[in-house]
Structures are given as C-alpha cells and as structure tokens.
Design a protein around this ligand. Structure first.
Ligand code: ASC
Length: 151
C-alpha cells in the first residue's frame, strides 16, 4: 500500500513536470485540440463582431458572456503547439511557429492580453469600448495568422 501510494505520488509529480505537449496522447490530438479551441473562440468572437458592426443589435450581457468565453479560449491553444506537432495532422501551422518561438509567444500573449481587455470592455456595457477592443483583438488574430498560418 505504501509503495502504491509512493508510486502514485511519483506519477502525479512526473505528469505535472512534463511539458505541455505531453498532455496529448497523439500529435493528431494536439492539432485537433488547438484548432478546436481557436474555432470555438472564433465563433464567440464573431458574435461580438456582429454587434460591433451593427449586424446584430447590441446586447451588453450577450457581449460580455461571449467575451468571457473568448478570453478563456484564448489561453488554450498554445500548449498544443508543442515540439513535433508541426506535422502529423491536417494543419496550416507554419514552421516559423517552432523556428521563431519567441515571436510566436509574443503573438499569443498579445491575443491573451487583448481578449482580456475585450472582456473588461464588454463588462462596461459601452458599445464604443467594445468596438475598440474588438478591433484591437481582431488585429492580434490577423497579425498572428499573417505570420504563422499558411493559407
Ligand atoms: C475572426 C476570426 C478570425 C479573426 C481574423 C481577424 O472573427 O474568426 O480568425 O477574426 O479574421 O483578422
């Protein structure tokens, strides 16, 4: 029993110490995971965009709820760009993600920052603040896509 408890504790510590990429059983899973997180984020971002552009009536509560989802989802994809996940699935990820990791990290951090600002802006209930933060967030999506995503 004691040995079992020790082994369990060791396994737990080991799993905590492992790189994020090791959280995925297969490369394919990491690719699917990051694409899924980005897809869900895009869906919720688009709902805010509809309000920001006037295609949908502005509802502060709906905007705030969607922005919270966007800000949460924005944190997720990056752990799934681990070493060796450049190939092994259907991906548009450019090799530069792995060859220019500091730049990629900067771009992903920027998204996390901008989406947090978007969530804060949405909580004010002010449409102009939402429009401004929406544009800034969209700019960070685009900058990263231009640099790191194949067509
Ligand atoms: C979106 C979405 C993106 C970004 C990007 C911004 O709504 O799904 O990927 O905005 O198009 O340029």
């Amino acid at each position: 029993m004691k040995a079992f408890a020790l082994a369990t504790a060791a396994a737990t510590l080991l799993s905590l110490a492992m790189p994020a990429s090791a959280q995925f059983a297969k490369t394919e899973d990491a690719i699917k995971y990051r694409q899924s997180a980005l897809f869900v984020m895009g869906q919720h971002f688009g709902r805010i965009g509809a309000m920001a552009s006037g295609r949908a009536p502005f509802d502060a509560k709906v905007a705030a709820d969607n922005a919270d989802v966007v800000a949460s989802m924005a944190k997720l994809p990056w752990a799934a760009f681990g070493p060796g996940t450049d190939k092994g699935g259907d991906t548009k990820a450019k090799a530069e993600i792995w060859s220019e990791q500091a730049k990629f990290k900067e771009a992903s951090d920027k998204l996390v920052t901008e989406t947090a600002k978007l969530a804060a802006a949405a909580k004010t209930g002010n449409l102009d603040a939402v429009k401004t933060a929406f544009a800034a967030t969209g700019g960070s999506c685009k900058a990263c896509h231009d640099a790191f995503r194949n067509k």
